[in-house]
Write a protein that binds this ligand. Structure first.
Ligand code: ATP
Length: 521
């Protein structure tokens, strides 16, 4: 797809059906009717997710920034950690999550539905409490249209755009709220006033379930890094500037989980906390922001569907107010189109977190760093590139989904070869005449060579068209077919997923062919 022609928007229902049909993603607890906000990954999804996590681990942690020098001209240094999901609850007091990790929530008394007040917008003449005001769910054109239709009906005429004022529900007065109608309600005044709702899941380690024993499932992986800052400094040879990275599960009791895996209650993050001298924070922020954008592009999320968006001053989080800035890498998901949804946030957090942990009355260590080169003791500033693994997988699925009427499958998944969960397939044309044996040997050879990168499928049954169709939907980039000639001249046909080109390669060159196409030389 060229840079200038945006991919046509795909139907989310079609993608979700393919994800189910081919075993990418299932509803969690499906046999019991599911559980809202939780998703399981099937065989292909598990490998796709691992490939994206591995790509991040390799390009961010093991070969930091793919070998690119930082703004100081030196190689970027990053070390990994793997910290617990449950920590001492004081961690979350210090970080501000216990007091402040809230979303404003409203309930509809009529429909019993619950909404995030900042996701609802009011449609109507603001300030005119004699007029009826309608609420619709942000980023959802259908509910906007429904709300508008209701408003037209109330006024008994079609309202022009100019007559309609939209404002977030959170900014309404108590009087105005009385005339606000929930998206699924028929009566006005059914929405409650917004209330703060804490997003953390609590749990009770040990045998006693009381307040004194309350702990939390982490809502982000970042704090596990901050609380180990001194351990890492003391036990390795890292020097500021350097980063600490980790991937892992995070849990948020989202008020309205929706849009497939985009907003889930259990999800995985890939985060770096990059520590630097405050005077260099601006340069490191710009460096990380630009490099993270180029990384997502390198995995095939290119063109008009990906943008880098710098936050406005009034959007900034409390820790970022005085900092160098915050930006998001955003993808145009089918359910946000024509708008975009966040894949990764890159934030200058100043020294907010280290300071909070150092200053908490129960904390036992000083987190200041002694910089030998500068002969200075200080709390480093922090740049945080924080990516969502599940959102990355979802964007990769959306981007890969390519309708093609000329194929039996009518659609194929054009994954970047690095992400493809099945790297190659081997098909004996018929399941006899020595072909399966040749195929099995080739598949075993390919597994030995590429098994750490993805699956090698061996499938001797069904007609060849059906087998190709299944691999197209799985996004397998190369299918090798063993036929009668293979037995005599030791060659196979390889079919390339995207171009459908077929060429003959010798059996003993098949692995080299895949390696070359995967960019492994
Ligand atoms: P949003 O505004 O969409 O709720 P956020 O700004 O709260 O996201 P961060 O706290 O910056 O998100 O988390 C970093 C990354 O973690 C996000 O960019 C996103 O990819 C991922 N993430 C956050 N919340 C969820 C969720 N509920 N489900 C899936 N991924 C999430």
């Amino acid at each position: 797809m060229s840079e200038t022609s945006p991919k046509p928007t795909i139907a989310m229902d079609d993608l979700m059906a393919l994800c189910k049909r081919r075993g990418f993603i299932y509803q969690a607890s499906e046999i019991y009717g599911g559980i809202q906000g939780f998703w399981d990954y099937g065989p292909l999804g598990a490998q796709l997710k691992k490939n994206l996590r591995d790509a991040w681990w390799q390009d961010v942690v093991m070969n930091p920034c793919q070998g690119m020098a930082g703004p100081d001209g030196n190689p970027v240094r990053i070390v990994p950690v793997d910290t617990c999901i449950i920590q001492n609850p004081k961690v979350w007091e210090a970080s501000g999550h216990v007091a402040g990790f809230n979303d404003p929530m409203v309930d509809c008394r009529e429909s019993k539905a619950r909404y995030r007040a900042d996701h609802l917008m009011c449609l109507g003449e603001k300030g005119d409490t004699s007029g009826q005001i309608y609420a619709y769910v942000d980023n959802d054109d259908k509910s906007y249209a429904t709300a508008r239709k209701k408003l037209d009906k109330y006024k008994k005429r079609a309202l022009s755009d100019a007559e309609i004022d939209t404002c977030p529900l959170t900014s309404l007065s108590a009087d105005e709220l009385k005339v606000t109608v929930g998206p699924d309600a028929s009566e006005a005044g059914t929405l409650t006033e917004p209330r703060a709702f804490n997003l953390m899941f609590d749990t009770y380690p040990g045998p006693i379930r009381d307040e004194a024993n309350k702990a939390y499932l982490r809502p982000e992986t970042a704090q596990g890094i901050f609380i180990n800052f001194k351990n890492v400094i003391d036990t390795t040879r890292v020097k500021v500037p350097f980063g600490i990275a980790q991937t892992g599960k995070a849990f948020r009791n989202e008020v309205t989980p929706r849009n497939f895996t985009f907003r889930s209650r259990e999800f995985e993050q890939m985060e770096v906390e990059f520590f630097c001298h405050p005077s260099e924070a601006k340069d490191w922020y710009a460096f990380w922001r630009d490099w993270r954008m180029s990384w997502w592009k390198s995995l095939g999320l290119a063109g008009d569907n990906l943008i880098l968006r710098e936050h406005d001053k009034d959007e900034l989080a409390h820790y970022a107010k005085e900092g160098a800035g915050t930006s998001d890498v955003e993808y145009r998901f089918p359910f946000t189109a024509p708008r975009f949804g966040e894949l990764e946030g890159i934030a200058h957090r100043s020294n907010f977190d280290l300071k909070a942990h150092q200053n908490h009355p129960a904390s036992t260590v000083k987190l200041e760093y002694f910089d030998q080169e500068r002969n200075e003791r200080y709390l480093p500033d922090c740049i945080e590139p924080s990516a969502g693994l599940d959102r990355g997988v979802l964007a990769s699925l959306c981007e890969a989904y390519t309708p093609d009427e000329s194929r039996p499958s009518k659609v194929f998944m054009k994954f970047h070869p690095r992400l493809a969960p099945i790297k190659a397939a081997v098909f004996p044309l018929v399941n006899k005449d020595g072909m399966p044996e040749v195929g099995e040997k080739l598949a075993a050879d390919l597994r030995k060579r590429f098994g750490h990168l993805g699956a090698i499928e061996f499938d001797p049954k069904q007609n060849i068209g059906k087998r190709y169709a299944r691999m197209d939907e799985a996004g397998c980039p190369f299918c090798f077919t063993i036929d009668g000639d293979s037995l005599t001249d030791q060659t196979v046909t390889v079919r390339e997923r995207d171009t459908l080109a077929q060429e003959r390669v010798s059996l003993d060159r098949a692995a080299a062919y895949v390696a070359e196409k995967l960019g492994l030389g």
